[in-house]
Design a protein around this ligand. Sequence first.
Ligand code: C2E
Ligand code: CA
Ligand code: CA
Length: 406
Amino acid sequence: MNLICLDDDPRMEPALRRFAVRLGHAVRFHTAAASFKTDVQARSPDLIVLDLELGQENGIDIIHWLAQAQTRAPLILLSGHGDDLLDTARRIARASGIEVLGVVSKGRIVRDLPPLLARGRCESAPAVPVPVPVPVPTPTQAAGAQLLTVGDLARCIREDRIEPYFQPIVEPGDGRLRGAEVLARLRLPSGRVLGPAAFIPLAESAGLLMALSESLFAGVLRLKPQLMPLKLGFLSVNLSAAALDHDRAIALVRGLLAGLQDCCRLAVEMTETAAMADSPPARDLTARISLLGASLSMDDFGTGYSSIRALTELPFDTLKIDLSFVSEMFDSAKAQTVLRAIVTLGHSLGLKVVAEGVETEAQRRFLIETGADLAQGFLFGRPMDIAALTRAYGPAVVEARVGLPA
Ligand code: C2E
Ligand code: CA
Ligand code: CA
């Protein structure tokens, strides 16, 4: 395949050629941006290796130029400036729609570059047809395509079409089910199920969010006979304080707590932006929820402002690390440091720490090492209806697991 490299240091050329040619790549090496650009436009490369320090120009300008030129080739970034700069450049490229296969610090070329060049070869030139996974739209994406009017939504709420889905929250070490987050879904008359992106923002702007939550929570209570055998420690529900009638919200939480009394504890998840520390209504609402006996979880921690202040000033018991931190944990050493620090911060404040968005075994192992208390994510289960939750985590499964030899 066709590889084009831009590096103002000609001493890089022999090393690059040695690795690339061995892998069957045709290499064109440029030390000047002008000839590199002409070549990229003339040949549509399959892979680009780009040094970030270029003397006259810099690699970031080249990244922007590649994006503007709508180059489809993935990038491998090189730099002698260390991991932080490489990580920032990777984000810049990704934000411009350019795929980055990997980044290589110049001191580690021999070790790190060949595997990336080999990956480039597999990904861009499949000699044998490879089965392409059909992308399954996430509920959020699927929902985005659907246009719902306020009238439709109000009718759906009246007709009890808001359904609770449950996403497992587990012990990261042994995967044991500890609780579940209730996530709203809307079932259309056609049977199609929409994710919250299709209706939560609409409900919020149309003043229907409380009615929606009432309908959802009533649905949860109707499922109590199926929830009981799961022996959940807790169920958590989402409340958006932004569009909230506080008295109605308190009544809602009180009703849910009473209904679930002999079943499990209740946690209320709020986002930090909704529960800003210095907002008297937020203080009032969170205190009232706590006093009722529900635990209080700060959702999406790390994505907004004033989060640390809200943690210290409002009665949160749990911190949920936003899934973006988990998904980026292997992008850089810094991301891992931040993740560890969040867990430590949470624990120092006496909070339980839940990591959201755990999709891989490697992420799970890293989280165990950080000491995160609980984990949630596709690795353990997507949001699912009660029948699926029972199939995955019900007594039959638990008994079968216990019966297995250690
Ligand atoms: P959230 O409260 O942060 O809920 C977690 C979201 O992350 C869920 O999306 C879940 O499917 C997704 N998620 C969980 N694990 C993974 C993973 O491993 N990878 C990835 N890529 N995603 C994962 P969902 O169900 O689409 O919900 C989106 C948002 O809608 C929720 O975010 C919450 O803010 C809102 N929402 C859902 N139900 C309600 C509700 O009843 N009331 C309110 N106010 N908001 C709700
Ligand atoms: Ca949540
Ligand atoms: Ca969340």
